[in-house]
Design a protein around this ligand. Structure first.
Ligand SMILES: [Zn+2]
Length: 89
């Protein structure tokens, strides 16, 4: 399996480290209600299908990526720099 790093091109998945679901980019405000922090830290969907995850390219450019993949087929359909996804709103 390969991940298409936007900076390095397609690379073997062993160069990357999985860091969790991409919802980690949507961190609540420091003064958010405890329920918001509970949802952020503990509640996750477990889809059978399309998902977006954070991956770290530690053996390459050290970029954080948002990788789109299918949990049922393991097909990777895209990857973007996490900093661009975060600032896209
Ligand atoms: Zn890279």
């Amino acid at each position: 399996m390969q991940i298409p790093c936007p900076l390095c091109g397609p690379r073997d998945i062993r160069e990357f480290t999985y860091k969790g679901h991409a919802t980690y980019l949507d961190r609540p405000a420091e003064d958010a209600a405890p329920e918001a922090w509970h949802a952020y830290l503990h509640l996750r969907d477990n889809p059978a299908g399309a998902t977006r995850d954070l991956w770290y390219h530690g053996a390459g450019c050290t970029a954080w990526l948002v990788v789109e993949r299918d949990t049922a087929t393991h097909a990777v359909t895209g990857a973007r720099l996490a900093r661009e996804v975060k600032h896209a709103g």
